[in-house]
Design a protein around this ligand. Sequence first.
Ligand SMILES: *Cc1c(COP(=O)(O)O)cnc(C)c1O
Length: 389
Amino acid sequence: MKRIYLDNAATTALKPEVLEKMLPYFTEYYGNPSSLHSFAREAKKGIDKAREQTASAVGALPEEIIFTGSGSESDNMVLRGIAALKKQNGNHIIISSVEHHAVLHTCEELEKAGFKVTYLPVDEYGRVFADDVASAITDKTILVSIMFANNEVGTIMPISEIGSICRARNVLFHTDAVQAVGQVPIDVKKMNIDMLTMSAHKFHGPKGAGALYIKKGIRLPAMITGGAQERKKRAGTENVPGIVGLGEAIEISVKNMETNAKRMRSLRDKLIMGIRERIPDVKLNGHPSERLPGNVNFSIRYVEGESILLMLDLNGIAASSGSACTSGSLDPSHVLLAMGLDHETAHGSLRMTLGDETTDEEIDYVLEVLPGIINRLRSMSPLYVGGRI
Ligand SMILES: *Cc1c(COP(=O)(O)O)cnc(C)c1O
C-alpha cells in the first residue's frame, strides 16, 4: 500500500543530507565541546557553524542564538525567564488565544504565580489584530508573545506590525516561529522581534533540538543551571549531533524556501479546490491568503475528525485532526473555538500539512480516496440526512 505523509506540522522527515552531516558527531567527533583536546575542538566547531547557519537564517548575529532541547523549551525559557527578570517592572503578559500549548499552558502556570495574562481574540481566519496588541499594552506589560504562524490552521500573523508596535511602546516581543521557519521569510531585525523560538524537527531536522534567538542586551536568565554552556543560559552538555543537524536543516530550508513554498502552495491549492469540488458541507479553516504554504484545514460537517483519521490511515494516508496534542483527547480545538466555530464543527476538523516531499500524485490519491471516506462516514451519521440535518 502507498503511504502518504501529510502531517508535517506535527513533525517532518529528517533530510538524508542532514543525517549525513550529523553522523560523524556520533561516531568520530564525540568529544565534550567544553574539553580541551582535538575531539572537543571538532565538536565545538560543529556547534559554532550551526550557530552561524541558524543566525543567518533569521537575520540575527551568532551570539544572539542559543540552542535548547525543543521549541517547547525555548517558549518556556522566554515566558518564565522574562517573568522572573521583569517582575519588578510589571506583571502583565499579552499572548493570543491561539498559541501553541507550550505558550498557553506556561502562561496558565504564570497566572497561578500572580501574573496577569491577556489572551487576544482572533478574527474568523485565526488572525490577531495588531491594533488589539496596541490597546492591550499597559505600563505593567512586560512581554508580548504572538506566534508567527499557527500550527493548526496555518494562519500567518501580522508580525512586522506587532513588532513595530512593541518597539514603539518599549515592550519586549517574542514570537513562536516554529511553524514559520523555512516556510516564510523571517528577519528579526526588520521585523523588530526581540526573541524567536525555533525547532529543528519542524524543518526536516532532528527531534530534540531547538533554538532561541535572544536580541543582544536582553539578559534572559537560565532555566537549567549548571555548567557554562550556551553563555550560561542553558546548562548541560550540548546535543552536538542535534545542533549540527538543526544548523544544516535550517540552512537548506531557507535556501530552498522560495522554490519549495511555490510548489507546496500550488499543491495545497489543488487539494483545497479538489476537496471543495468533491465534498459538500465543508469549510476551509484559516486565512485564504495569509496562510502557510503547506497547510490545509477543513471542518467536515456531520463527521468526527478522529473517524476520518482512522479511515485515512487504513488507506495509508497520515493526517491529523487539529493539533497532534489535542488529538487523543476529546476536547475541541482551542484554535477553532477562538475563531468562532461551534463545538460540533470544531470536532470535525481535518488537517493535512504538506512537506518538501509531497508530490502531485499523492494529492491526486488523497482526492480520489477522501470523498468516499466522507460519504461512508456520513451515511452512518444520524446527523446527516442527504446533506441536511
Ligand atoms: C511543534 C510546535 C512547538 C513545540 O516544538 P517542540 O520542539 O516539539 O517542543 C511549539 N510551537 C509550535 C507553533 C509548534 O508547532
